[in-house]
Design a protein around this ligand. Sequence first.
Ligand code: NAP
Length: 247
Amino acid sequence: MDISGRTVFIAGGTYGIGRGLAQRFIDAGSTVVVGGRDIDRVEGVEAVRIDVTDPASIAAARDEVLAKHPDLDVLVTMAGVMLAEDLRDPAHIAQAETTIAVNLLGTIRVIDAFTPHLLGRGAGDIITVTSGIAFMPFPLMPTYGATKAGVHSYTESLRAQLAGTGIHVTELIPPAVATSDQQAKLNPAALPLDGYLDEAVGLLTQNPTPNEIIVERALPLRWAERDGTYAELLARRSESLKNLPGR
Ligand SMILES: NC(=O)c1ccc[n+]([C@@H]2O[C@H](COP(=O)([O-])OP(=O)(O)OC[C@H]3O[C@@H](n4cnc5c(N)ncnc54)[C@H](OP(=O)(O)O)[C@@H]3O)[C@@H](O)[C@H]2O)c1
């Protein structure tokens, strides 16, 4: 994928991996608009307010972006939340609903909002964002894993349905990435954001673009089932449940 001279909207680009990816596109000579609920904190890039759980907000953001940038040709659905849940307490349903609304329905709605525009152009890229957790659960975050597995499956169908239209669909599959100093302290095993982006953008800019952008660190999660390491890895990752209050 060429990341220079493109016009990009990153829903969920106000912070974290999305903001980092925005900078990589900008540095390569692309025009970028980032979207999120809290755009007052955004510096150095055009920002548009969007709440991906709200269809009216998505439509308004889409209209604003396309009015200013009718040549938009890259959409990234980055918005996501990662919430811990205790499945022994039915009150977890609140976290489950939020996670599904943002990660799964939000992704579907944002893609729907921009697909007619991209089809009209007859060319473009949609980049969805899942996680290593789509392929190897992290039991502390059950609905997170379910939504990311869902977005993986949806992405495969989207690619099949858009084949021949000129729109290419790519799935970003990050491992744990530290997007702040606080996160780096909480999870020392997480990749630093810049290191992650160096590797991911290296893969993204290959020609032809791989369907899945999987950095080295995410490979054991992506292929655990094939490699026969699934049960052992899942048991190890289940140790995180000790962090739930009362366990
Ligand atoms: N970091 C990791 O370890 C990791 C690993 C694998 C996959 N991922 C995935 O990568 C993506 C980015 O993760 P991150 O760690 O960079 O997250 P982050 O730092 O928490 O940033 C999340 C982004 O999503 C936006 N967002 C959240 N809820 C939203 C909503 N309702 N409407 C619009 N935007 C919303 C936030 O903007 P506002 O707060 O301004 O709305 C922010 O720009 C997510 O999909 C995540 O699941 C992350």
